[in-house]
Design a protein around this ligand. Sequence first.
Ligand SMILES: [Zn+2]
Length: 321
Amino acid sequence: MPERVLAAGVDLGGTKIYSLVADADGNVLADDRRPTQAAEGVNAVIDRIVASVRQALDEANVDTGEIVGLGISTPGPCDPQRGVVTEAPNLGWSDVPLVDLVSKKLGVPALLENDAAAAAYGEMKFGAGRGKRHILYITLGTGIGGGIIIDGQIYRGASGAAGEVGHLVLEPDGVACNCGARGCLEALASGPAIAREAAAAVTAGRSDLMAKLAAGKELTAELVLEAAQQGDPAAKDVIERAGRYLGLGLVGLLNVFNPEALILGGGLIGLGDLYLGPAFEAARECGFEQVLADVTMTTAKLGGRSGALGAAALMIDRSTT
Ligand SMILES: [Zn+2]
């Protein structure tokens, strides 16, 4: 039997570091999870990444010499060519040469990739996009990001900043977005957008139930879902509206990219049909017939592992081609 090819993958997030050791078929041998503690600075986070990968390797009984390298999924814009995290607001990083730093400490080759792109790659290799080569992956959570795969390759744009699907402007006079524009998809359909609209409904006296559920704590998209499931019309309305906005964004993306698979991932897919139903419906109503005939619209299959698995797969594919 030929020796199997192994790699490590890390998903570096604003709050947690998730590491795993995987083979070329996407089997996970072991994994490790620990807090990022980004406030302690770049070096402390690098040390934690290295410790986390070593822990996963130890558990898998694999020596660093037995892996082809480490793939790192990083939040926000990055430059995979140079291996630099150009900007990661939730880590407080800019222009950090992450690949060099981690590679030196761990003693193996490394690469990095934007988290949504890495997740898209993971879903293509082992998840909902298996067997497909034209894929749009959209992550829905605190922010809305995208990974674009064209003919089996990640599309990164001129400098690695492609895929910012959350900043498609849908309402030119809409609410302000974190990016400085108004009415972006992210400002209308993300978790914080749902929470904001729900809070407005509470303030306007339109939902006693949400007021009760949120008493003494932060009103989140999860609480809005809880209220909607208990029959609260205002909560239901807020989620459905966000879903329709998502659908408008999807229509534009589908018509532009004509993908074989549209995969939705991230925490907000937990809102289920109430959110995804209106989104898919809007996409089906407005998309071009041929574009709709070509695409499978679905949710992600790898859950929280997609970024780390995708990064590991990128490392394996780079080492074997
Ligand atoms: Zn924006």
